[in-house]
Design a protein around this ligand. Structure first.
Ligand SMILES: Nc1nc2c(c(=O)[nH]1)N[C@H]1C(S)=C(S)[C@@H](COP(=O)(O)OP(=O)(O)OC[C@H]3O[C@@H](n4cnc5c(N)ncnc54)[C@H](O)[C@@H]3O)O[C@H]1N2
Ligand code: MOO
Length: 437
């Protein structure tokens, strides 16, 4: 009764020793259905950025509520433009309409009304001439007939949001624009799914925690901070379980605690075949796991599975475990390619909000060696020149432990599974990560 084995059995061509990137994505799409987060809460708009909408938001009224002017100028009945008597239109100015209050005075055809941007269009008037085109003498305004067409500079009621129609959909992640949209509906609070809780820890005896003195053969734990940043950017609630030494009891305790507290778990290190690694054994003992060698670079060894929240109680559910390779760039690449879309689904995002960042088409400035049969992600720096396709250069040393080139780059050149080497000038796909991770 292994869910992981069932999913694997249903995947055509599943080979844990040479799984393609597409194969991993298909596996995760089955393992992580967007069903985990059912709990919802109301939060004020100022706390809602990045949160996922738990229900559709239907406009209680239209925005803007009235036809209004898009310019400071003079509103008039645009019929006079249909067959103007002379090159200069001359109208009597009946008064001024300010934004925020409707004009209540009488108007007749042949009148104009001085109007401010956002002010309600008076009934029967459908056109606004910007004041830059006008000369005013006493109560007469004049402007060239060819300066505009009937209907210009009028904004329609409901052109932004129509009363009774959905303004935002369940499963959308709230962006700054989304917050503004909700505010324009007068809504001070919004119903969102509770935040996804993700626990993480680093493993390995050669890894030092910050504050520890340097030691020969040891390196500081960078993954803990990178993973913290990746999860925080995503809007997750993080459960930091620190560094866990390569000891079965310590690893089992950390993994159980992570599963108890969180919806998902990210570990780094210990998923390859090293002799001293107990991580795989402990994962296998506590969870329903798959261990893969993925046909990609970086990010070859990887573990994925489910760890029960309360062993022996199936109703308590399970946390999804992502056992990422230890190399710092492999952590980031596997996070972007696999973990991030899966976490977005767990957060309750709909298909479009959970989609990976769109790929940018760029011209490679350099040659890139690549073997068909695996997907490679190379750190690159994309630059744009007006009128030309964006250009990408490979950023620094591409070793999977080299974080400095990840800092230097702004995107990952994605060299697809079947693709071969790239010559200078060839077009390539780039997954931009600036602002995403
Ligand atoms: N015989 C084989 N050896 C290796 C294989 C393989 O298939 N066969 N795969 C290589 C690849 S690719 C990777 S990636 C690594 C992954 O190994 P692990 O996931 O078991 O990770 P570790 O061995 O624990 O660490 C790898 C590397 O990353 C550094 N590291 C680990 N944790 C951190 C951290 N928190 N902060 C900074 N750096 C970290 C660690 O020092 C190692 O240098 O295996 C290859 N070997
Ligand atoms: O592919 Mo490993 O995952 O970093 O070198």
């Amino acid at each position: 009764m292994s869910r992981v084995a069932d999913i694997a059995a249903a995947l055509a061509g599943y080979d844990p020793k040479a799984l393609s990137v597409d194969g991993v994505q298909a596996f995760l799409a089955s393992l992580v259905e967007p069903t985990v987060l059912r709990e919802r809460e109301y939060v004020p708009l100022f706390e809602a950025l990045g949160r996922v909408l738990a229900e559709d938001v239907v406009s209680p009224f239209s925005v803007p509520p009235h036809d209004n002017s898009a310019m400071d100028g003079f509103a008039f009945d645009g019929a006079v433009l249909d067959s103007p008597a002379s090159e200069i239109i001359s109208l009597r100015v009946a008064g001024t309409a300010l934004a925020g209050a409707a004009w209540r005075g009488a108007l007749s055809q042949g009148d104009a009304l001085k109007i401010m941007t956002g002010a309600v269009m008076p009934a029967g008037f459908d056109t606004v001439v910007p004041q830059e085109f006008c000369t005013v003498e006493g109560d007469t305004v004049r402007f060239p007939a060819n300066a505009l067409r009937r209907g210009d500079n009028r904004r329609f009621a409901g052109e932004d949001l129509m009363q009774g129609r959905p303004a935002l959909l369940q499963g959308e992640r709230l962006t700054p624009a989304g917050l503004g949209l909700l505010a324009s509906l007068g809504q001070a609070e919004v119903s969102v799914f509770r935040r996804l809780r993700v626990a993480y820890f680093s493993t390995g005896d050669e890894i030092l925690s910050l504050g520890e003195p340097p030691r020969e053969g040891a390196v500081y734990d960078s993954n803990r901070y990178t993973v913290f940043g990746l999860l925080t950017r995503l809007g997750c609630e993080v459960v930091d379980l620190g560094m866990v030494r390569d000891d079965p009891a310590a690893l089992a305790a950390a993994l159980s605690e992570a599963a108890r507290q969180a919806d998902a778990i990210i570990t780094s290190g210990g998923v390859s075949v090293g002799e001293a690694d107990h991580t795989r054994a402990v994962m296998r003992q506590l969870g329903d796991m798959a261990f893969w060698r993925v046909a990609m670079r970086p990010g070859r060894p990887m573990a994925v599975g489910l760890v029960p929240k309360a062993p022996g109680n199936a109703n308590a559910g399970a946390a999804v475990l992502f056992g990422l390779p230890g190399n710092p760039v492999a952590v980031m690449v596997t996070f972007l390619a696999f973990v991030r879309p899966a976490l977005l689904r767990l957060m309750g995002c709909n298909a479009s909000s959970a989609a990976p960042p769109p790929l940018l088409r760029a011209r490679s400035a350099v040659s890139i060696r690549k073997k068909p049969g695996r997907t490679e992600y190379q750190r690159g720096r994309v630059t744009c020149t007006p009128g030309a396709l964006p250009e990408v250069r490979i950023a620094g040393n591409q070793g999977s432990g080299v974080l400095s080139s990840m800092v230097e780059g702004n995107g990952l050149v994605v060299l697809h599974h079947a693709q071969g080497s790239v010559a200078p000038g060839d077009e390539v796909d780039v997954m931009m990560f600036d602002g995403v991770v």
